[in-house]
Design a protein around this ligand. Structure first.
Ligand SMILES: [Zn+2]
Length: 219
């Protein structure tokens, strides 16, 4: 656990030896972490940063898994609906087209951006950032892409989309016969892989590796 800084000694300390808590702004001495250790704020308990083992390779494996799941998640049927003898299979993409064709182009664009385009852009940014670190080339572009990724994070809303699907299924369960599709399994898999990726891809280590201060991030 890092030690809080004595305010009287603050002026003598170099800035790169200090770290501030994102949650409660407590200023602390930056601790040196070993593998799989994490620094916790002593005041509010927020995880300041952690040093995870083999971050780049593990994150790359997860990004590739997510990209593989992306296509079936969006283009295989999420569910099949049987209503009054009529069966329809719905995918995320057919949902976007359906909205567009029924006179709601603005909503179609928002759904397309939040559930398809931005999640894909986020994954591509993560992939390229990790490759620049792994191959040790073009880190300035990696830095730019990682900044873009942090801006995009707020706009990819797969979780919201999944909630929408679940609510629709509960509401429609009494009216129609619903069978779940392979697309839904891929969609849930994609969400889980992305959550796992958020945990593994420690931002602190990625920023440090991109700025070239530490060559051990690939360890
Ligand atoms: Zn704190």
């Amino acid at each position: 656990m890092p030690e809080p800084v004595d305010p009287e000694r603050l002026a003598q300390l170099p800035l790169d030896k200090l770290v501030a808590c994102h949650e409660c702004d407590l200023l602390m001495h930056r601790p040196a972490l070993a593998h799989d250790e994490k620094a916790i704020c002593p005041r509010c308990g927020y995880e300041l940063f952690s040093h995870r083992h083999n971050v780049v390779n593990r994150s790359l494996a997860l990004v590739l898994a997510a990209l593989l799941l992306y296509i079936p998640a969006n283009f295989l049927p999420i569910m099949q609906l049987d209503l009054l003898g009529q069966a329809s299979q719905d995918t995320v993409w057919s949902g976007v087209l359906g909205l567009y064709n029924t006179g709601m182009p603005e909503i179609a664009v928002v759904v397309f951006l939040c559930s398809m385009a931005i999640p894909l852009l986020k994954l591509m940014c993560q992939l390229l950032v990790l490759l620049t670190i792994r191959l040790n080339m073009g880190r300035s572009y990696g830095l730019l892409l990682y900044r873009i990724y942090h801006h995009l994070r707020d706009w990819g809303m797969l979780e919201v989309y999944l909630m929408g699907v679940l609510v629709a299924m509960v509401k429609l369960a009494d009216l129609a016969q619903i069978s779940l599709g392979l697309g839904l399994a891929c969609f849930v898999g994609l969400l889980l892989v992305q959550v796992w990726l958020e945990v593994v891809m420690s931002p602190h280590q990625i920023w440090v590796a991109l700025s070239g201060e530490d060559t051990r991030a690939g360890d």
